[in-house]
Design a protein around this ligand. Structure first.
Ligand code: FAD
Length: 264
């Protein structure tokens, strides 16, 4: 089995997120890191590889992003991926979700994986959609919010976290699966793995290398336009209920919740 894990470089969690009012995009300058949700996808791949139920020939980390995104790939490799692929090209700048998913699918086609793993969301865009877009282009089944994977030769049995409980779904490979962050506790890279990461194979590819139709990516190839950006409304002051008489306090709290239809 060959596993590809999609990983993204995002602004570090400690950096305050700002919108650039000129480009109407997230200001991605400043300290960056591997999307924390993707460390769960890498860990899931490593657990399948180390679990021994199936023979995993390699785990490949794949990203689309500017030059700096190689650091996310180094991190992915230090967490266990065998090699990495970096899709980078000026033509890809300003791609929206649809264009990003198409471009990533083209890289994946050139790798022919049996299983594609992703994080549930990126820490910056938070669209939760790339898995479905990629699966559509690859014509593969897609599962989201997976928190348990049992592997067999040509199929997986997965548990999905849903609003009403859990779904158990069997999926035939090849498939695209985005994992929920409850699936595992990602490992920390060893010092040796960090030092060795830069020595592992990293292939840099442009749009021409993976047959990306340039008219389907970048700002012109994107189907969405950001028309306006607005700051979130300021938080209203909370209501303080003083506890002078506990029965009365409980009644006030229940009435407050009931008014907002927060209790059945
Ligand atoms: C008009 C417009 C222009 C934009 N321009 C840019 C831009 O110039 N630069 C930019 O970075 N973003 C840009 N974006 C945001 C870009 O569309 C999203 O970053 C991208 O579509 C992925 O969505 P997401 O990050 O919300 O992913 P989600 O769907 O929340 O992520 C789910 C998972 O998909 C995988 N994934 C997501 N993105 C990548 C990636 N690039 N490489 C590998 N794996 C990935 C990860 O495993 C992640 O955990 C733009 C958006 C719009 C609407």
């Amino acid at each position: 089995m060959k596993i590809c894990v999609l990983v993204k470089e995002v602004p570090d969690a400690a950096v305050e997120k700002r919108m650039d009012s000129n480009s109407m995009r997230l200001d991605r300058s400043g300290e960056k890191n591997l999307n924390p949700f993707d460390t769960h996808a890498i860990e899931a791949a490593m657990q399948i590889k180390e679990g021994g139920a199936v023979d995993v020939e390699e785990v490949v980390a794949v990203t689309m992003g500017p030059e700096s995104a190689v650091r996310a790939l180094h991190k992915a490799v230090s967490l266990g991926a065998d090699r990495s692929v970096h899709l980078t090209d000026d033509a890809l700048a300003d791609s929206d979700v649809s264009a990003t998913g198409y471009a990533l699918a083209q890289v994946l086609k050139s790798e022919s994986p049996d299983l594609v793993l992703l994080g549930q969301q990126s820490d910056d865009g938070e669209c939760y959609t790339i898995g479905a877009v990629v699966a559509d282009h690859l014509e593969m089944p897609s599962l989201t919010q997976v928190i348990k994977i049992d592997t067999a030769a040509d199929k997986l049995t997965c548990e999905r976290q849903a609003e009403y409980g859990y779904d158990t779904v069997e999926v035939t490979l090849p498939a695209v699966i985005s994992v929920g962050d409850a699936i595992n506790e990602p490992r920390y890279p060893s010092l040796k793995a960090i030092m060795g990461a830069k020595k592992k194979q990293l292939d840099s590819k442009g749009t021409g290398d993976v047959e990306i139709d340039a008219s389907k990516v970048g700002a012109d190839g994107s189907r969405t336009r950001v028309l306006a950006i607005n700051p979130p409304p300021a938080k209203q002051a909370g209501e303080i209920i003083e506890d002078e008489d506990t029965n009365e306090t409980v009644e006030k709290i229940v009435a407050w919740l009931d008014e907002r239809k927060l209790i059945a």
